[in-house]
Design a protein around this ligand. Structure first.
Ligand code: MG
Length: 477
């Protein structure tokens, strides 16, 4: 296979702007620090860190502030936002309200305009974030209010600025270079339309998907030695366990075997310090919703406390109604997961083999730390599918490409690879901070079979790369 090197055209604009600190008095039970983490011509990204400065845990927090006229918040994350005119109230969400003594949490927002927060108070007790005393109620006026009628001059008709939101993502903070991926990034969460690590820095995970586990030619995905080899030689950060559901021999007909395969991969991922996607690899999951609810509920109870695990509830729905069929299924499965695991990321399949992310964007599933699946195969899919992705991102969705190949949509039965278009996709995913796992870790003749015959189960595959594997590996490193 020929190799291809193209210059990545990721444009990183905006430098870290200055920070403004607002420190509350000790009596407030919390301190609040506001900072600008990125800025551009028409706005900026802000972050507020709430710290419990007492010696006892607190179970909730609330931060309120005003923004000057002409400045507004267009989007926020990791807090419940209530807007009243230019007054903004941010309360904790379910998973970040409890803060132990000295513990901190952060929420963020995108701002149109250049004004920074004023009149900040914390925890509803009127204590200013800047440490001042609460404003006292002004005495009633001693003079009669003026009886002059209000001016009849109409308000200015200047339209609001139409500057579109910035398309350049916040710069990615260079990750620390020591430790396993999970040691470096920790508990992941959705921040805006991308994924952030434990410190709030954007992270783009890259890795591979297993073959349908019921059709693997050998247990490549279940081998710990192979997983650590991929981590250390390919810079793999995430592996996807594609647990077949519907075919003979898959989960529905042999649940014990399928579950054991998945749990082996989860346990190996914990040992290796990499992330693992638990994928309900189905096309018509709506027919087996109760089995999916039971499966994910059980695994969430036993593995949901681990930062390693990412849930994927339905690999590729067929051409089914999003609002009528797919979304209700996801809501049921997400509820089962959230009953036991309040925070790990859940990735949701979208209509038409996980292409119609625009349909999902028009009616997202309610909840936190939810992402949506986009799949591409570069001999079949190009700019028009990326345009769907762009539309979904503009609407606020966070995407995860849990499958892709530099091949036809059938995985490359003809053995052909389409690398220039695949490079366009790689560049697009990098520019948008979209994590990915490439299809698929197995020996075979398809373009997307990563391994060639004779590949040992235990890794050491530098001489066994097949099909699009050299391209995939080069882009993982
Ligand atoms: Mg969890």
């Amino acid at each position: 296979m020929r190799t291809l090197r193209l210059v990545t055209s990721l444009a990183v604009a905006g430098l870290l702007a200055g920070a403004v600190a607002m420190i509350a008095t000790p009596a407030s039970a919390a301190t609040v620090v506001f900072s600008v983490t990125n800025s551009w011509g028409s706005g900026y990204q802000g972050q507020v860190t709430v710290t419990n400065d007492t010696s006892a845990p607190i179970s909730s927090w609330r931060v309120e502030f005003d923004l000057p006229a002409g400045t507004s918040i267009s989007q926020s994350w990791n807090a419940q936002q209530v807007t009243s005119g230019n007054h903004y109230t941010f309360s904790n969400v379910s998973w970040n309200g409890t803060l132990g003594a000295g513990a901190s949490t952060s929420f963020g927002f995108l701002v149109n305009g250049s004004g920074t927060p004023v009149n900040c108070t914390v925890n509803g007790n009127g204590v200013s974030c800047t440490g001042g005393t609460p404003p006292t109620t002004p005495p009633p006026p001693t003079t009669a209010p003026p009886t002059t009628p209000p001016p009849t001059t109409p308000p200015p008709t200047t339209p609001p600025p139409t500057t579109p939101p910035p398309t350049t993502p916040p710069p990615t903070t260079p990750p620390p270079t020591t430790g396993t991926p999970v040691q470096r990034y920790g508990q992941l969460r959705v921040c805006g339309t991308t994924m952030c690590d434990k410190n709030g820095a954007r992270v783009q995970l890259r890795g591979v998907s297993s073959m349908w586990l019921n059709w693997e030619t050998a247990p490549y995905a279940e081998n710990l030695s192979a997983l650590t080899w991929m981590r250390d030689n390919w810079n793999l950060q995430v592996i996807r366990a594609a647990m077949g559901v519907e075919p003979a021999g898959a989960y529905l007909s042999d649940p014990g075997r399928a579950r054991a395969q998945v749990e082996t991969i989860i346990n190996n991922a914990v040992t290796a310090g990499v992330y693992v996607i638990v994928d309900w690899h189905a096309h018509e999951a709506q027919n087996n919703q109760s089995q999916a609810v039971a499966f994910f509920g059980d695994l969430a109870r036993r593995y949901g406390h681990l930062p390693n695990v990412i849930w994927e509830t339905w690999n590729e729905p067929l051409q089914l109604s999003w609002t009528g069929v797919i979304k209700p299924y996801h809501q049921a499965v997400v509820s089962a997961i959230r009953a036991a695991d309040p925070d790990n990321i859940v990735v949701l399949g979208t209509p038409t083999w996980s292409q119609d992310v625009d349909a999902a964007a028009a009616s997202p599933v309610s909840g936190t730390n939810l992402m949506y699946t986009l799949h591409f195969y570069s001999c079949t899919h190009g700019g028009s599918l990326r345009a769907k992705g762009d539309a979904a991102i503009r609407a606020g969705l966070a995407l995860f490409v849990t499958e892709w190949g530099a091949s036809n949509a059938d995985g490359g039965l003809d053995g052909r690879a389409c690398l220039p278009e695949a490079q366009s996709w790689i560049d697009w995913m990098k520019a948008n901070g979209i994590s990915w796992t490439a299809w698929k870790l197995d020996v075979g003749t398809d373009t997307t079979n990563l391994l060639s015959p004779g590949a040992p189960v235990t890794g050491g595959w530098n001489n066994y790369l097949h099909g699009h594997a050299p391209f995939v590996v080069a882009n993982m490193r």
